[in-house]
Every structure is written in C-alpha cells, then in structure tokens.
Write a protein that binds this ligand. Structure first.
Ligand SMILES: Cc1cc2nc3c(=O)[nH]c(=O)nc-3n(C[C@H](O)[C@H](O)[C@H](O)COP(=O)(O)OP(=O)(O)OC[C@H]3O[C@@H](n4cnc5c(N)ncnc54)[C@H](O)[C@@H]3O)c2cc1C
Length: 441
C-alpha cells in the first residue's frame, strides 16, 4: 500500500487548493480523482474555437475575491458580465411583460424598485423566521407587507421563485428561509473567454494527481486513514475529502466508521440541486442590442424566463438559459429537439418569427453525473447557514471534509471551494498560511 502524509480525494478547486498548499509546505500529498480530467465542476468544453464553460462561469464579484486574484496571477483573460447573480437591474436587461411586450424604461425601473422594497422587508422576515420556514414562507410575508394588488405582487413573486431556482437550483418551497443569505455581490462579475478550467489546470501543475481513481471507501481511526480506489489502497496520516455532497451521500462512497455529529446532521440537511445550462447558438442575432440579459414575466415564464447574451464572450450569437429546479427535473429526459422547441416557443413570444432555430445546442447533465450528482448543494428546509461550516468539522484530527458545501460565507461557488481547501490545508498543517500561497510560484 502506498503511503503519504495526506491523501486528497477529488481534483476540483477545493482539493487542488489544499494539495497545493500542503505540497508547498513540504508534505507528501497524492490527489485521487475519479474523472479523466481535473477541475470537477469547473469544466470547459472547446470546439469550433469556442470555450464553453459547462460548470462554473462567473466570479460573482471580483472585489476582495481570492479566485479573482488567482485568475489574475495565472494570466486568465476576464470579461465583465455582471448579471450572473440574478440581479434585477445592475446592468441593462430587456424585460418583457406577461403579454410578451417589452417593458419601457419607467416600467423596468418601477419593477426593480418593487424588488428592492421586498428585499428590504426580507431582511426582517428572514431574521424572524421559524427554524422550519422556507424561502417561500419568508418571501410571502415580505410581499404581503407591501400591500400591493395581486398582479404587482405576482410579478415580484415570480422573480423570487426564479431567483431561488437560478441561484440554488431549488424550488422556492424546498429552500430554507436562510438559503440565500449569502447572496451579496461585491464588485463586478466576470467570466473567462478562454475558459474557467485554466484555473484548476494551473492549480494542478506539479502535483501528484492520479486520474481515473474512483474512491469507494475511506477508513479512519485516531491513527490515520486508508483510502480504497478500485483495487488500490492508499494510507496516510490525514485525508481531505472534497467530493460533492451528492457523492458523500451515495451508497458507492463509504466512510468507515460513519461520519459523526455534527458532520452527519449537517450533511443530512444539505442536498444537491437540479440545475442545468442550455446554450443556444444562432446563425444571426435576433434579440435586443446592448442588453446583458432578456427576462420575461408572467405565467409563460414558469421555466424559461431568463436568457444571457454570450455573443461577446463566444464570438457567435449565443444565448444561455438555465433549466433550474423543477424545470431541470422535468426536462432531464427530454430529447434535444423537445428542449429546443420548448425554449424557442418562449423566444418566439418575445421576438416573433425572427426567433429562428439554433444551429447548435449544448446542454449539461450534472444531475446524471455520478461524480457530481447535481450542480451544487442547497440548504433544505430546517437547515441553518452554520451547517456548511459544521460539515467541515475535523474528525479525530485525521479526516477533513472540504468543498463548496462546507463554506458558509458564499457556498456553491468556486470561491467557497478554494477557501474550504485553504482551511483544510491549514488544519492539517496546524498553522495558518496565506491563501495567496495557492497561486504563488
Ligand atoms: C452548471 C454549474 C454552474 C455553476 N456556476 C458557477 C458560477 O458561475 N460561479 C461559481 O463560483 N460557481 C459556480 N458553480 C459552482 C462551482 O462550480 C463549484 O462550487 C465548485 O467548482 C466546486 O468545487 P469543489 O472542489 O468543491 O467540487 P468539485 O469541483 O466537484 O470537485 C470534487 C472532485 O471530486 C471528484 N470525485 C467525485 N467522486 C469521486 C470519487 N468517488 N473518487 C474520486 N474522486 C471523486 C470529482 O470528479 C471532482 O473532480 C457552478 C456549478 C455548476 C455545475
């Protein structure tokens, strides 16, 4: 059996960050990765000269961001694209009313003001919410406080449903009241024209990463850990396990003895979501100029309500929309033709026959990915924000969980993955190290 100081399970951003910091500190580290590539949920597909990010694409706010600092140090070209965090009006957005007609400037501003009013009320309704309240419960209370007529309230209600779905891939009634507490964006958002995967590729440089090593078992005791991948066994003083929550909960991934409290309880209350990207490239651009996104309101917006204009990013007319929450579950087994027809029907409501069929469809299938089992974790009803950090509670001083779901501040992001990897490395080392060591030469 090969022996190491630390075994890292998973070569996503969290695992690679931890491994890099440990290797830099002189530790013998191996990274065991199930896939034939590094990066995990940061994954860029390249064809026809276009880099398509199938997993993460945005840094949701570059101010003070460790990911932005790393990307900068690695020379990654970034492009400003600020509506990724489902903001109402931080940049120009073409809103269409329930009748399919574009709202004018005054109507758009009034709608955004309504959203701000509800957001202000939400601070109070969330703070006072019962432990088993859902995001639906608190948003309904916040809407009721406004005293609006039914239509005006319904437009805001739809937006809040979509925010829960686009931000967390979860139906608003399934998301905990505190499930969007971290939803602040500091500074501009950016995306990467050459692909986000440059980040994990650079992080992996010089590390001992064993690809196509599917870990099935992690045994821990006060003396250390043994990790089983296929027929091979690996032993170490410590292990950092960074697999997604969905894998941690799956029968094929055993931890022995089972995870103790508070880790087990926190894991129970977090669930992988249903969230897929749908990229549509068109022969010509038929939608509004000078807008970052297109949004439609009303009953027709139930599934397809927001389209992001990636034309500048991809160099060809492209819209990105999301199948999120119920839409992702319902369309999971649809054929490509069904999916295109369904999305196009909505674009035709807004643009008429100008909305021509796409020449290229790219859709993700994170729900069916055995090494992800969804896109990222969300807080189910009954969960508290502390569950994220509690999931990373060190176990017997030898086993550490890391990954996006283990970071309270801004979970479900690349930043969370990086910070959680940094924290795990510090805990293994028993001392603090600057996070900037992650991207230092
Ligand atoms: C569609 C989508 C859009 C997103 N958009 C954004 C965004 O715009 N901005 C943002 O900041 N974040 C976004 N995210 C979230 C972000 O991608 C993740 O939070 C982050 O990449 C997670 O990193 P991680 O290291 O925690 O997990 P992962 O990247 O999942 O790394 C875990 C690794 O463990 C491996 N693994 C799994 N099972 C096993 C096993 N049995 N044995 C060995 N290895 C195993 C996996 O293959 C993977 O490589 C998005 C994610 C998705 C899917």
């Amino acid at each position: 059996m090969e022996r190491f100081d630390t075994i890292v399970v998973g070569a996503g951003v969290s695992g690679l960050t931890a491994a890099r910091l440990l290797a830099r500190a002189g530790r013998r580290v191996v990274v065991l990765e199930a896939r034939d590539r590094v990066g995990g949920r940061v994954w860029t597909e390249r064809s026809d000269g276009v880099s398509t990010d199938l997993g993460a694409s945005w840094i949701h706010g570059v101010d003070g961001s460790a990911v932005a600092a790393a990307a900068d140090a690695f020379g990654m070209r970034a492009m400003e694209f600020t509506v990724g965090g489902y903001q109402a009006d931080s940049r120009p957005i073409a809103y269409f009313g329930p009748d399919g007609r574009r709202l004018d400037g005054a109507a758009t501003r009034a709608f955004a003001a309504d959203l701000r009013a509800v957001d202000a009320s939400l601070l109070g309704t969330i703070a006072e919410s019962d432990p088993d309240a859902s995001y639906r419960d608190v948003t309904e209370r916040a809407i009721a406080e406004q005293g609006w007529d039914a239509d005006r309230a319904q437009r805001v209600r739809e937006f809040l449903e979509h925010r829960s779905e686009e931000q967390y891939g979860a139906w608003i009634g399934d998301l905990a009241a505190h499930g969007l507490d971290d939803d602040a964006i500091d500074g501009d958002e950016v995306v990467f024209p050459d692909g986000y995967d440059v980040l994990p590729t650079r992080l992996a440089g010089g590390l001992d990463v064993r690809l196509e090593h599917v870990v099935s078992r992690v045994e821990w005791s006060g003396d250390g850990v043994v990790v089983i991948a296929g027929d091979a066994g690996f032993a170490a003083d410590t292990a950092i396990v960074t697999v997604p929550v969905g894998v941690l909960k799956s029968a094929g991934f055993q931890i022995e003895p089972p995870l103790p409290e508070p880790v087990a309880g926190a894991l129970d209350r977090l669930e992988m979501n249903a969230f897929e990207k749908v990229f549509l490239s068109f022969p010509t651009k038929f939608w509004d100029d000078d807008v970052y996104a297109i949004r439609q309101q009303g009953p027709e917006s139930r599934w397809w309500h927001s389209w992001y204009d990636l034309t500048a990013l991809h160099g060809v007319p492209t819209l990105l929309t999301f199948a999120a929450g119920p839409a992702a579950e319902a369309t999971r087994r649809w054929t490509d033709e069904q999916l295109v027809e369904s999305v196009l029907a909505q674009l035709r409501r807004l643009y008429g026959e100008r909305a021509i069929p796409p020449v290229r469809l790219h859709r993700t299938a994170w729900q069916d990915d055995p090494f992800a089992r969804g896109s990222y974790a969300y807080m189910t009803v009954g969960s508290t924000t502390a569950d994220h950090d509690e999931l990373a509670t060190p176990i017997a001083g030898v086993l550490h969980l890391a990954g996006e779901a283990t970071w309270t501040d801004d979970p479900a992001t690349v930043a969370a993955a990086m910070h959680s990897g940094h924290r795990a490395a510090e805990r293994v080392l028993g001392r603090s190290v600057p996070i900037s060591d992650t991207w230092a030469d």
